[in-house]
Design a protein around this ligand. Sequence first.
Ligand SMILES: C[S@@+](CC[C@H](N)C(=O)[O-])C[C@H]1O[C@@H](n2cnc3c(N)ncnc32)[C@H](O)[C@@H]1O
Length: 246
Amino acid sequence: MQVSNAASDQSRLYPRVTSFRFRRGALSAGQQRNWETKWPILGRELRTDGGSEAPLNTAEWFGRTADTILEIGSGTGISTAAMAAVEPDVNVIAVEVYKPGLAQLVGLVDRQGLTNVRMIRGDAMIVLMELTGPSSLTGIRVFFPDPWPKARHHKRRLLQQGTITLMADRLKPGGVLHIATDHAEYAEWISEVLDNQDVTKTHVVPLEDKSASPILLERPTTKFEGRAQREGRDVTEYVFTRQEAQ
Ligand SMILES: C[S@@+](CC[C@H](N)C(=O)[O-])C[C@H]1O[C@@H](n2cnc3c(N)ncnc32)[C@H](O)[C@@H]1O
């Protein structure tokens, strides 16, 4: 993948406030062993010194050329592993900052013998800005992003106008942006962001015919969704696609 725009130009356009909170969590002894042996093969850690990042070379990393899906905020990787198992022909890259979550996914990938999953530990905004190039992704998944409910924290929400513009740029024509949230107010916010985007620039529109999706849209029920169901909250789902530029 080639990155055409200088990251420094883009940092003005996209939020620099982080959309995640730092969570501590120890790895179990088994996870630690797995981490030491499997993470170097399956994972990549972003720099912590603010230095620029080398673009992804998915052909080299996966050992094949295939459509690539980026999942942002994969949590413990339940959806990632379950969906990757159903779509072995696509490359799946899970991005997460929470190490114990990634360690769980390393375990799932190992136990299930999945060969199409790789992981990045770090801020997904950096991954979008610096590691991926325009029109390089067939899918972007954002399942249950942190809702940051307090008004003073809304600027931390991952899904903002600038992020959607950036995601749209990273999608190939025909590529799909799939978002799910169980937070009613964040759902309204996301609808507004999507309604107000400049479609003449993003070319991102609702995907009417779901059967035409190049990526799997069926998600397993995760911890978040299970809790939402038990507490009577609806899950709102958005499936958008990038059209060919007119
Ligand atoms: C509410 S959890 C949902 C996890 C998972 N998608 C699920 O459905 O179970 C949101 C996750 O997104 C991660 N996250 C938030 N902002 C992120 C960012 N900018 N880069 C990477 N991960 C992020 C958080 O660490 C957290 O694990």
